[in-house]
Design a protein around this ligand. Structure first.
Ligand code: BGC
Length: 537
């Protein structure tokens, strides 16, 4: 495919949750051949790249973030030759492919872990993981760390020692002080680069290195994100300085190929993030700030301005994310009263607090924000259809380990992973010719690709038009200048376009200029209604 360097700096990257995208063989789970059969949708949408959630051999205890073999494709998803065919077909269509690499932990089914737990304490195979004797008489875990999905971060082995898992017990943490671990990942990266993968999304990029003494952490409970802390903290397992050596090692490998990139999923303090983006480390890092920003013009303005300034200061490119496979989908977030704990709301409600229409309008307006900002924009599958969270999945189908590990107090992330509706009716709305692994609600048909494709007022049409207009009007100029159009209004200028978003409760006068694109479905007169964005020339 045509080579143009630093493609990641400005692209639209579409996130494919393979298990929920399209099923080719009728087992109710998405797969690579299903994805191949739907590439036309992505080409028509105009995306530059896709990022695939993990597709490696896995017991799928955490949606594939529990990898049993980094060089094999999970049989539910297909084969290595299907993956190679997918990469080639994407390249033929001008779409680059980013794979997900999970270096912090393996699956407990990985051959290394099986070797470790069947070898005696002190054996070299055990040193690939973080395995320690317990405290006191050995029956207490080595320290007080808590796993991200709930419960202690340590599980006791039959021989009495304990192994560390920052996530599920089926995801033992690797010991990144062990050179064999480092060498293995060098090789895995080369394996995928040799198969034409264009980039890597590095999972939990702030987690690999642990404090050598594994001290207790204070205070509990632990934040998943360190972004909420006022100052960077010396944390025993998040964001430790030793991570940068690993980053440099990987970067050197990628630099030995043409045009490859890596993007970090690093939940670190904003002051630490630039360190990940030094010239010999990551090309890019996710910026999750918009996921945590309420629908408020002043808040959006400060998040956008800060991110653009921070990126410019270090010569990096910004990234924008409204939704992904770990968070409540944004049309639902935007339909809930400000201040709602959205994860808790899934189970606890009150569910009648949801204003789905407002959420949908705001999601349309938000698309014209993220697709007009400098840097790259990540679009999570189904976002282009306006899919909201399916918050009322039957409890007995929930698959996210969070549900069990929280002892049924936190529902988890299944509601944003419900399979894509392709057709208005038929079994699983064209996702599969059988029932889908997570059930789709009846109303999914109205949001299907078929139902939206030819409707000029659909979310899908809006995304297509915005991506096309972005490529045409905005691509060459990465600078952004904030404008002041009064309270409740977010406004900025980029290239020859002025973006104006009314995030307040009342209509505001329409600023001058020709409307290039509008998130409203009705014709606009001399007022810009609430929850509406326009691009003006
Ligand atoms: C992924 C999650 C996953 C976790 C553990 C994350 O940040 O996005 O889906 O559960 O890493 O691998």
């Amino acid at each position: 495919m045509e080579s143009h360097t630093e493609w990641w700096r400005t692209g639209v990257v579409y996130q494919v949750y393979v298990r929920s995208f399209a099923d080719s063989n009728g087992d109710g789970q998405g797969d690579i051949n299903g994805l191949r059969s739907r590439l036309g949708h992505l080409e028509a949408l105009g995306v530059d790249a896709i990022w695939l959630n993990p597709w490696y051999k896995s017991p799928l205890a955490d949606g594939g973030y529990d990898v049993a073999d980094y060089r094999e494709i999970e049989p539910v998803y297909g084969t290595l030759s299907d993956a190679e065919a997918l990469i080639a077909e994407c390249h033929d269509r001008g779409i680059r492919v980013i794979a997900d690499l999970v270096p912090n932990h393996t699956s407990s089914q990985h051959v290394w872990f099986q070797e470790a737990i069947t070898s005696p304490p002190g054996a070299p195979s055990r040193d690939r993981y973080v395995i320690r004797p317990g405290r006191g008489d050995g029956s207490e875990p080595p320290n007080n760390w808590i796993a991200m999905f709930g419960g202690p971060a340590w599980t006791r082995l039959d021989d009495g020692e304990w192994y560390l898992h920052l996530f599920d017990p089926s995801q033992p943490d690797l010991n990144w002080d062990n050179e064999e671990v480092r060498a293995e990942f060098d090789d895995v990266i080369r394996f995928w680069m040799d198969r034409g993968i264009d980039g890597l999304r590095i999972d939990v990029a702030h987690g690999m290195v642990k404090h050598p003494e594994l001290p207790d952490v204070d205070p509990l409970p632990l934040p998943w994100s360190l972004q909420g802390t006022p100052e960077p903290v010396d944390h025993p397992f998040w964001g430790r300085a030793g991570i940068h050596d690993i980053n440099r090692r990987w970067r050197a490998i990628l630099d030995s190929y043409d045009d490859r990139m890596m993007v970090a999923e690093a939940w670190v303090h904003p002051q630490q993030l630039p360190l990940y983006l030094r010239a010999d480390e990551y090309h890019q890092s996710f910026n999750f700030d918009l996921i945590e920003t309420p629908w408020d013009a002043a808040e959006f303005r400060s998040v956008i301005a800060e991110a653009c300034e921070a990126a410019a200061a270090i010569g990096a490119s910004s990234t924008w994310v409204l939704s992904n496979h770990d968070v409540v989908r944004h049309p639902t977030r935007y339909g809930l009263p400000a201040g709602t704990d959205t994860r808790g709301w899934l189970l606890d409600g009150p569910h009648d607090a949801l204003d789905a229409d407002a959420g949908h309008r705001r999601a349309r307006a938000a698309a014209l924000i993220t697709l007009s900002l400098p840097g790259s924009t990540y679009v999570y599958q189904g976002e282009e259809l306006g899919l909201p969270e399916v918050w009322d999945l039957p409890l007995d189908v929930l698959d996210d380990p969070t549900w069990e590990k929280s002892q049924h107090t936190v529902k988890g992330r299944d509601g944003c992973r419900v399979p894509i509706p392709w057709t208005a009716d038929g079994p699983s709305h064209g996702f599969s010719h059988e029932a889908s692994w997570l059930p789709q609600p009846e109303w999914f048909g109205a949001l299907s690709v078929d139902a939206q494709r030819d409707d000029p007022d659909s979310m899908l049409s809006l995304y297509r038009q915005a991506i096309a207009a972005r490529n045409h009007l905005l691509a060459d100029d990465q600078a952004l200048a904030m404008l002041d159009f009064g309270p409740g209004v977010l406004a900025y200028e980029r290239a020859d376009i002025t973006v104006v978003v009314n995030m307040g409760a009342r209509a505001v006068p329409m600023p001058p200029g020709e409307v290039v694109l509008s998130s409203a479905t009705e014709m606009l007169g001399d007022e810009l209604p609430p929850d509406t964005s326009v691009w003006l020339a």
